[in-house]
Structures are given as C-alpha cells and as structure tokens.
Design a protein around this ligand. Sequence first.
Ligand code: AMP
Ligand code: ZN
Length: 125
Amino acid sequence: MGLETNTRQPDLNCIFCKIVKGEIPSKFLLETQDVVAFNDISPQAPTHVLIIPREHVKDISKLSESAEDRALLGTLFQQAAELALKLKLENGFRLVVNTGDEGGQTVHHLHLHLIGGRQMVWPPG
Ligand code: AMP
Ligand code: ZN
C-alpha cells in the first residue's frame, strides 16, 4: 500500500516527469494546468503525440473515483480530441492507453497516445 499511496509524487527516475519539469527539453504542442502534450520520440504514424498529466500517475488503474481524477481523465481525452482537430486529423485518429507490462506499457507515467495520419488497422497487435 505504501508504494501505491506514493504514486502521485514526482518520480525522479521517470522520463515523463523529467519532460514535465523541463529537465529533458521537449517542444510542448499543448500545455494546460493539468496536462502537457509532445511528440513521441519513436512515431508509429505521421502524427504520434503523447498527452500526459503533469502529475505522476503510474497508469490508468491508479485513478480513483474522486472528482479530481474524473476531471483529469476527462481533460486528457478532451485535450487529445481538440489537439487531433488542430493537427488536421478530421478524417480520424486513434487514442491508446497501454496499461501495465502485458498491456505494452513501457513508460510508467500515464499517457494517452494520439495516433493518426494513416489508415489504422485492427487488431492493433
Ligand atoms: P508506452 O509503450 O505506451 O508506455 O509508450 C511510451 C512511449 O513513450 C513510446 O511510444 C516511446 O516511443 C515514447 N517515449 C519514450 N521516451 C520518450 C521521450 N524522451 N520523448 C518522447 N517520447 C518518448
Ligand atoms: Zn512520471
């Protein structure tokens, strides 16, 4: 339980916390009080952006039913959709949240992938 209650603290070793703090330089495509967005370093499509909370939340399963967490989740998706339109993805796009090792999550700071600019296929693999 101790570890779980600490998941909101900035993680000194977390690459996305370093990006939020500016310790790793990154061009933000979007900056709000709660979230930032930047290009994925290894894009899987012509557009591949990551939208992340400023706060270190390990993954989506660590969000609670609190009003604060509901608002954060809403903001992440709403900002992603707005950004998609700004990036001219009006023909469609994909939002992905990999969760945990088996879910393919490699960076353990919650993030939403916004992927677009090519025809997506299903299943994603
Ligand atoms: P996931 O596999 O869902 O955890 O996604 C992590 C994503 O972070 C991958 O698509 C990586 O390419 C991306 N990534 C890792 N390091 C960086 C970085 N320094 N800047 C931008 N994206 C990164
Ligand atoms: Zn982090």
